[in-house]
Each structure stands twice: as C-alpha cells, then as structure tokens.
Unconditional design. Structure first.
Length: 233
C-alpha cells in the first residue's frame, strides 16, 4: 500500500489580488504561507518518501513550508538529473555540479524533491495578468466561467484542462506510478488545474463531473494505492 498526497499551493499574491496567474511565477501571500504550514501539519504523521512539485515558486514554497512541519525531520533537497543539466548556462551547470552531497549521514537524512514543468498550472494565455473582475465585465461572466471550468475550451492562446491533462497524466503514469508501485509514498504540491486533471483521472470523473470539481488551497488530498486501485481518504 502506498500514499499519494496531493496539495494545491497556498494562496498566491495574485490569487489575493484577483489576477489570472497561469505560468506567471509569483510567490505565496502571507495567508498562503499559513495555509501551507497548516497543510503540512495535517500530513505531518504520514510517511513521505518523495516530493514532486511544479517549476513555479508558489508550489515549491508550499512544499518546503509543508515539509518543515513533517515529523520525519528529513530535509527536503531538490534533485537535478543529467537531463535537466542539458542546455543550462555555465553558472546553472556549475550550481548543479557543486550542489552534490558528499557526506553519507547527510544523504541519509534528505527527502528528495523533484521539480517538473508537467505539473505547472495550466497556461492562461492572453488572460495572464488580467484582473478577473474586469475580464468578466469585458467578456461576460459566463464566458469566463467556461474558460476557467470547462474541460476542452481553452482561454485565448492558452491551455484547456484537456490540454493540461495531456502532460500531467503521462507524468503520473511514467514518473509517479513507478515509485508508487515500488511501495513509496509521494507528496505532490502543484496547482488547481494540474491537480484537477490528475484527480479527474484517479476518480474516473466525466467531462461533466469535473466542471464542479474545486481544489482548495493548502488542503491535502490523500489517496491510498493498493492492488492496482485507488481509494480516496
């Protein structure tokens, strides 16, 4: 039996301001920091062997703050694969090389953290950085609701939930599942829509059912995997 713990990042500064965020890389608000801490306390007793986060700072902050509350006392440390080093600048490549851990005691005390763009929020295209209330006035509340909650209608020059799932589900199946099937327990800190697509897949939701799916900020969602099936706690 393995655990898959999903948690949407805490409130970001643009969540608080009412702006469409998408791939714009903004940090958590003070409230978001508190939400991440409370979410961490809620799962502090659960075993965690790996952490997976998006490339965006709000998800990474959430994971680091949440893991600071974990009972294991292990230190979350980002892992850099050879594939990630390709195409880096000289300074970035040096950082990867020089960040290697040498001591065995330190190696034994870390909690590996993996960052993946596939877990990023869906890209909101032309809406990124726009005020949500002003956008509703311009395009109509119904149209904005369709862009935000439909399965296959993307915002202008952005991603739909369907397109988001085309990157999140392969990551689930090809990266997360091998660890889960090996008996490891995983914590994933990501975003409302990247997690909606994963939850839709795990719960077997239809395109209609996913319309009403809300993923609250900073609240862990725990799944248990056993004998090839998922059970939500």
């Amino acid at each position: 039996m393995s655990l898959l713990i999903l948690m949407r990042h805490g409130q970001s500064m643009w969540n608080a301001a009412g702006f469409f965020t998408g791939w714009v890389d903004v940090p958590l608000s003070i409230k978001g920091i508190d939400e991440a801490r409370e979410g961490g306390k809620a799962i502090a007793h659960l075993p965690i062997d790996e952490v997976h986060v998006s490339m965006l700072i709000r998800a990474q902050m959430t994971a680091m703050i949440a893991m600071s509350e974990h009972n294991s006392g292990r230190t979350p440390v980002f892992q850099y694969s050879q594939e990630m080093e390709e195409g880096l600048s000289e300074n970035e490549a040096r950082m990867r090389q020089w960040s290697q851990i040498r001591g065995d005691a330190a190696k034994d005390s870390i909690l590996p953290v993996h960052a993946a763009w596939q877990l990023n929020e869906r890209m909101y295209g032309d809406l990124q950085g726009l005020d949500k209330d002003e956008t509703r006035k311009q395009y109509g509340a119904e149209q904005v609701h369709v862009w935000r909650r439909s399965f296959d209608v993307p915002p202008p020059n952005g991603e739909s939930l369907e397109l988001t799932a085309e990157r999140t589900i392969p990551y689930l199946e090809n990266t997360l599942m091998p660890s889960i099937e090996a008996g490891k327990n995983l914590f994933v800190a990501a975003h409302g829509n990247s997690l909606r697509s994963i939850i839709m897949h795990l719960d077997g939701l239809s395109k209609e059912e996913v319309l009403g799916l809300e993923v609250p900020t900073g609240v862990p969602i725990v799944y248990r995997y056993s004998a090839g099936s998922w059970k939500r706690e």
